[in-house]
Design a protein around this ligand. Structure first.
Ligand SMILES: NCCCN[C@H]1CC[C@H](N)CC1
Length: 292
């Protein structure tokens, strides 16, 4: 280890490790579920690390939070009830609350320590909790979804860590089945879906499961996040049987946002061109994803 540098070494991306220069360690702890580290980096602001894996940095979190939220929510005409699984840092909540049609935002995060460190060290991310429509549930998203009445939500966003650790079950078929049950007809789900450079096999399995379970649209999108492994992150976008959802041609644009969302600052990353571009895949990925 080079003194003063954090390197993201993991068996999930063998032989490579993105590094960030460390100014100061701000928090180190061990929750019921994982090791939690927060440090001030030299060039990316504060950084949240769980079990040695970078979850977000102040400088580039906008890319991930805006895309994982607006790709699904801009694809349906009038979202009212949204569920967030994971996302304890609050960044997804900040983005969901930009949509004035929304009446209810439930979030189920398994690790309270993530919520606490975000409130202490990531004020522009945890601002999402201030919205009065938000209800925080601390618990396992798998159990939470099993208890949800059928057809409750218009949209579900699964903002998870990687399939090694507490989020493992969020990548498995039974979880996707419980998501489909909790969505109304034509409802949408968007999940964190790893990297086409590193995880084509995981993605292949997820796509195969989603095509069996979601009888509406099933699409894979991706975007640039410099501090995630291989510098990109993907999203699985699916809709249940019912009113057709065309993820590639959003029906509910957010750019001409209303005054309500100004409280969370302007969109820094998402726009309608980036929305459309997110679904353009390189041939090696297209071959796998669109043939499943
Ligand atoms: N809410 C923070 C983002 C969580 N998603 C990350 C995607 C990339 C992974 N290697 C780590 C989690």
């Amino acid at each position: 280890v080079i003194p003063g540098w954090f390197s993201e070494i993991s068996p999930m991306w063998p032989g490579e490790a993105h590094s960030l220069k460390v100014e100061k360690i701000l928090f180190q702890g061990k929750s019921e579920y994982q090791n939690v580290l927060v440090f001030k980096s030299s060039t990316y602001g504060n950084v949240l690390v769980l079990d040695g894996v970078i979850q977000l940095t102040e400088r580039d979190e906008c890319a991930y939070q805006e895309m994982i939220v607006h790709l699904p929510l801009c694809s349906i005409p009038n979202p009212k009830k949204v569920l967030v699984i994971g996302g304890g840092d609050g960044g997804v909540l900040r983005e969901v609350s930009r949509h004035s049609s929304i009446e209810q935002i439930d979030i189920c995060e398994i690790d309270k320590m993530v919520v606490d460190v975000s409130e202490q060290f990531f004020p522009h991310v945890s601002i999402g909790y201030k919205d009065p429509r938000v209800t925080l549930h601390i618990g396992d998203g798998v159990a939470f979804l099993k208890a949800v009445p059928e057809g409750t939500y218009d949209a579900i966003i699964v903002d998870s860590s990687d399939p090694i650790g507490p989020a493992q079950e969020l990548f498995e078929k039974p979880f996707f089945e419980s998501v489909a049950k909790a969505l109304r007809p034509g409802g949408v789900v968007c999940t964190q879906a790893e990297s086409i450079w590193l995880h084509m096999h995981i993605i292949e399995d997820i796509v195969a499961n989603c095509r069996q379970i979601f009888k509406g649209s099933v699409n894979y999108a991706w975007t640039s996040v410099p501090t995630y492994p291989s510098g990109v992150i993907g999203f699985m976008l699916c809709s249940t049987e019912g009113p057709l959802v065309d993820f590639k041609h959003p029906v509910n644009p957010i750019e001409d946002d209303d005054s309500h969302c100004k409280s969370n600052g302007p969109l820094k990353f998402y726009n309608k061109e980036m929305h459309a571009a997110a679904f353009c895949l390189p041939s090696f990925a297209k071959k796998v994803i669109e043939s499943k």
